[in-house]
Design a protein around this ligand. Structure first.
Ligand SMILES: [Zn+2]
Length: 353
């Protein structure tokens, strides 16, 4: 008991010392970084989506990104909420996200990277409740139109050029990407190993999953015509690339990036190929194409009986090639905030002067 009290006293003393010690603050001790965020009351501290009633960042120039499993992200900025993909009610086979689709009450725009169930299953219900504009490829919006949502909210894009979508404070350029095509021999071998080593889903769980599956599409066109990368550009030039499947970079993406140069943040799916040699190779291609300052992975979580796609080997390989790259992955709903005034376009403008 006495020893415990001694420990607690020592910890309190260290924390007290750290907070008042500017030298410690300067070295980026992660405990202090967290403390600093909370102290600022910046609107960047809570693991609660703005779309479910959480706070916007206090500063209108601050952008908050929250990951909510698979390639779902919420972007909150200057009174606007974008949802990237909409798959929230995943069922009992998955780790809970901490909210449900019914909790999502506010959104301006929903961008659907493709129409598989794990990317669009809650797009209709959330779109209908929030009145958000919902954007997707033809094969995605065809599916959406069979569900309970006003078709006037739906925008269909092909990503083949000339489709810039303007919103309050930002615009969105759809660019045709390509769905991941992991080698069958690899995925089958891993899937069989998982089946052999984990409990099988119950009848109820299979029925539950099938119901969710009905709200997505399995149309083969998803691979080549239905996977859209979205370039989001804020009015001050801050750029985000959202790519919700780990497929190869297309000529459309190459052409767009040749014109754009690079992005501030890339939100990119980790390839489903299991083996690091393969997932790393694809992540490198994505980094070389988008040239982000900050790389944030997606699609790396999994059902309880699945395997999470590991992000650390990717981070290491990306940084081996580009030591300036910032890689970051947070837990469900944890905010990651950016000062959007600090962006590549502005810095390049400053360089030219
Ligand atoms: Zn997919």
């Amino acid at each position: 008991m006495g020893r415990e009290v001694g420990w607690i006293a020592a910890v309190i003393a260290v924390i007290g010392l750290s907070c008042s010690n500017p030298m410690t603050a300067r070295i980026g001790d992660p405990r202090l970084m967290r403390q600093a965020i909370v102290d600022q009351g910046s609107g960047c501290e809570a693991a609660k989506l703005v779309s479910t009633g959480g706070a916007f960042p206090k500063n209108p120039k601050t952008l908050a990104i929250r990951w909510t499993g698979y390639t779902n992200y919420e972007i909150a900025f200057n009174g606007q909420i974008l949802l990237l993909d909409a798959h929230f009610d995943r069922g009992s086979m998955y780790p809970p996200l901490g909210f449900t689709a019914a909790d999502v009450k506010r959104a301006n725009v929903i961008l659907l990277g493709h129409g598989h169930l794990d990317h669009m299953s809650d797009a209709a219900s959330v779109g209908a409740r929030t009145g958000a504009v919902v954007v997707g490829a033809p094969v995605t919006t065809d599916k959406l139109k069979t569900q309970a949502i006003d078709t006037r909210q739906i925008r269909t894009v092909t990503g083949r050029g000339g489709e810039l979508l303007e919103f309050a404070g930002f615009n969105v350029e759809p660019i045709l990407g390509r769905h991941g095509e992991p080698p069958k021999n690899v995925t089958e071998a891993f899937d069989n190993a998982l089946k052999a080593t984990t409990p099988a889903p119950t009848k109820e769980q299979i029925a539950e999953r099938n119901k969710i599956r009905e709200r997505g599409t399995n149309d083969p066109r998803v691979v080549s015509e239905g996977t859209i990368a979205f370039l989001i550009t804020l009015d001050n030039g801050f750029r985000i690339m959202f790519r919700d499947s780990g497929g190869v970079i297309t000529d459309y993406e190459k052409a767009a990036m040749q014109r754009i140069g690079r992005v501030d943040v890339a939100l990119v799916a980790v390839s489903a190929a299991y083996l690091h040699t393969l997932t790393v190779q694809r992540a490198l291609e994505h980094m070389r194409a988008y040239k982000p300052d900050v790389y944030i992975p997606g699609h790396h979580d999994a059902p309880f009986n699945g395997l999470w796609r590991s992000t650390e080997p990717l981070f290491q390989a990306l940084k081996d090639e580009n030591p300036h790259l910032v890689t970051v992955s947070r837990g469900y709903r944890e905010p990651l905030c950016f000062d959007t005034e600090n962006n590549i376009q502005r810095r390049q403008g400053a360089d030219m002067r």
